[in-house]
Design a binder for this molecule. Structure first.
Ligand code: NDP
Length: 335
């Protein structure tokens, strides 16, 4: 069983040398345990925060242990009556090829049906990132039909699900993404009404002009994934009583935190800004996953995936995700 451990903590930007590839034996199964062979590992931006020592909403990743992370795979051995060999399962198996899981631990494993939804999508559109989009849109932005909503990192795992969910609610949906290829994908394949390339609009002035063109009626809802000048530019274009779902600020994960330059706009436009962590809202997951599964099964949401091969490639793929080298949900294909 090959594993990626966190070997040492980043000083500044994370590097491949922070990780270490280790081979370990899988222990024999005890009663109620199952052995899962991971087919795919999910790489997610939040993992960068956990590489640091400082305590955030989640505990730091311990040094010298397998990196934590979401996985999907197949039961290959079972000593639990509820799980049979061949069952497809979603879990939190970490950056490794196999995991031994206590089948009685609440939430540790969930069986999934791959008839209409490919297994890998349970780590993306029909998994944690999809529910993240759902929560921010439905519970925080709570759009009315005809509202204009904007999202950053629009081509990614959360962004693509957000687009389909917002279109289903009759919104004008505007994405912001890096580069012409991603923007074309966001409008042509994900069905957004418009997409702004932030690389071509690299400061608050150009971005705010681009937003004015793409959002002629102003912005009623904003789903923030990036932070920095894009956040400032969007706030300038918000309508009175707009809602902001503060989901992520990836532009600052690998360096210094980003300031908000004009917080007076929160008062002037009477904005509601709410941060959230999707794992603290487990009560919405069934409803959200049902809607997201339906969108994928009906072809209304066709999420794209970036696939790295083999556990040895996980660190590099992860660092690429923090720099926007991924195109869609970043996964690692394992055994
Ligand atoms: P994505 O699939 O969207 O991948 C990350 C994307 O972020 C990159 O592809 C890149 O897209 C963009 N990006 C990276 N650096 C920058 C930068 N400096 N400026 C602008 N864009 C950048 O990841 P996810 O969909 O998994 O996550 C999206 C966001 O949602 C993250 O901020 C993440 O932390 C957050 N999140 C929060 C959760 C919560 O519970 N609050 C749960 C899950 C995710 P591009 O090339 O277009 O710039």
């Amino acid at each position: 069983n090959r594993q990626q451990h966190l070997d040492n903590r980043p000083e500044g930007e994370a590097v491949v040398g922070n990780f270490k590839l280790v081979t370990a034996e899988t222990p024999p199964l005890q009663d109620n345990q199952v052995l899962v062979r991971h087919h795919y590992l999910s790489l997610d931006p939040y993992m960068r925060g956990r590489m640091n020592e400082s305590k955030s909403y989640a505990q730091p990743q311990p040094l010298g242990e397998t990196m934590q992370g979401g996985t999907v795979g197949e039961v290959v051995e079972s000593k639990h009556p509820k799980y049979a060999v061949g069952d497809k399962v979603v879990g939190f198996g970490g950056w490794q090829e196999y995991s031994v899981v206590d089948g009685n631990q609440v939430g540790a494993l969930r069986k999934v049906d791959t008839t209409h939804v490919p297994l890998s999508h349970y780590l993306g559109a029909v998994g944690m990132p999809g529910v993240t989009a759902w929560y921010g849109l439905v519970k925080i932005i709570a759009p009315k039909e005809g509202d204009t909503v904007v999202i950053t990192a629009a081509s990614g795992a959360v962004g693509s699900a957000f687009g389909a969910l917002a279109k289903a609610r009759g919104c004008r949906v505007v994405g912001i993404a890096g580069g012409p290829d991603k923007c074309r994908y966001v409008t042509e394949e994900l069905g957004f009404d418009a997409c702004i390339d932030y690389r071509a609009n690299p400061d608050i002035k150009t971005m705010s002009k681009a937003l004015k063109e793409a959002c002629p009626k102003g912005i009623d809802g904003y789903f923030e994934n990036v932070g920095g000048y894009i956040f400032d530019a969007v706030l300038l274009r918000t309508n009175a009583f707009a809602r902001v779902a503060l989901c992520g600020m990836i532009a600052g994960y690998d360096g210094a935190p980003l300031p908000l330059n004009n917080p007076a706009l929160i008062l002037i436009n009477r904005l509601k800004i709410e941060g959230f962590i999707v794992s603290e809202h487990m009560e919405v997951w069934p409803e959200a996953l049902k809607e997201l599964g339906g969108l994928v099964a009906s072809g209304k949401l066709r999420p794209r995936e970036s696939m790295a091969e083999g556990i040895e490639s996980a660190p590099e793929a992860f660092l690429g995700l923090l720099k926007g080298k991924n195109f869609g949900k970043q996964l690692v294909k394992l055994v």
